[in-house]
Design a binder for this molecule. Structure first.
Ligand SMILES: Cc1cc2nc3c(=O)[nH]c(=O)nc-3n(C[C@H](O)[C@H](O)[C@H](O)COP(=O)(O)O)c2cc1C
Length: 244
């Protein structure tokens, strides 16, 4: 079935039918993108506080609120960036994420992953087959893309996959909170390869597991890495409305 046909499984939106709040949210969602280059100026502490206050309203299973978040600024970001980059760029580092990375990206998931990867590489001028240049771009993760801050989201290990889901819900809210404050943000599962370093560096207790990070700051809007937008499949490819 062609993807255009699948979208017909869901009714089309009549713009007049929805409350204004859905457009406020729609604008935030449409404007947000994964920022991959930042200006160096720090974000004011009050703005970071507001962002965290908004994200704190996230839903969680039984209201457990299992996210435990370390946020860096100033010298703390610089010291972490230096340690992270040193480990990531050293030969033979074998990452050990707290949650296993996908073993493969089957079918359409692999296609979407490749597409967005090439969008990024094209935007910064990395050509197919240029392994040195693609590795250099991948290493930007461990320079935190030049961001002045990073949020490191950990979770009570005992809560297992559902605790991690709650942290994912939190990350989603945090992304929108950052967007609502005019900030750029990069969700980063790549940091999980360095869970042991994060544990040592920030004295994370054993009962917590690192889940995902998010670098943030003021987006460098003129940087080539921020010049493309990822695509979404039509809703009908991911969801179906069952009526009988
Ligand atoms: C849980 C999660 C982990 C991610 N990890 C990384 C990462 O390590 N590095 C990176 O550059 N982008 C990362 N991303 C960003 C995705 O590539 C991005 O969300 C996706 O391509 C869609 O693009 P958009 O966010 O610009 O809409 C991550 C996103 C999520 C939700």
């Amino acid at each position: 079935m062609a993807s255009q046909d699948r979208s017909k499984f869901l009714p089309h939106a009549d713009p007049a039918a929805f409350p204004d709040s859905s457009y406020v949210l729609g604008d935030l969602l449409a404007e947000r993108f994964t920022c991959r280059a930042y200006r160096p100026e720090p974000v004011e502490e009050a703005v970071i506080g507001r962002m965290l206050e908004l994200a704190q309203m996230s839903a969680s299973w039984c209201n457990t609120q299992p996210w435990n978040v370390i946020v860096t600024q100033g010298e703390a970001t610089e010291r972490f960036r230096a340690a992270l980059f040193a480990e990531a760029s050293s030969d033979g580092h074998e990452g050990q994420p707290g949650i296993d990375y996908p073993r493969s990206f089957p079918g359409v998931h692999g296609e979407r992953r490749r597409e967005v990867g090439w969008q990024l590489y094209d935007s910064v001028g990395v050509r197919k087959g240029d392994r040195a240049a693609s590795r250099e771009q991948a290493l930007e993760n461990f320079r935190l893309f030049g961001a002045p801050h990073v949020a490191l989201i950990c979770c009570e290990r005992e809560l297992g996959a559902y605790g991690a889901i709650d942290c994912g819900v939190y990350l989603g809210t945090l992304l929108l909170a950052a967007q609502s404050l005019g900030l750029g943000m990069t969700p980063q599962a790549a940091l999980a390869e360095h869970s042991a370093l994060i544990r040592r560096h920030f004295a994370v207790p054993d009962n917590l597991m690192f889940v995902v990070g998010a670098s943030f700051g003021h987006a460098d809007q003129d940087h080539a890495a921020n010049s493309f937008r990822s695509r979404r499949a039509p809703v009908g490819e991911n969801a179906r409305l069952v009526k009988a």
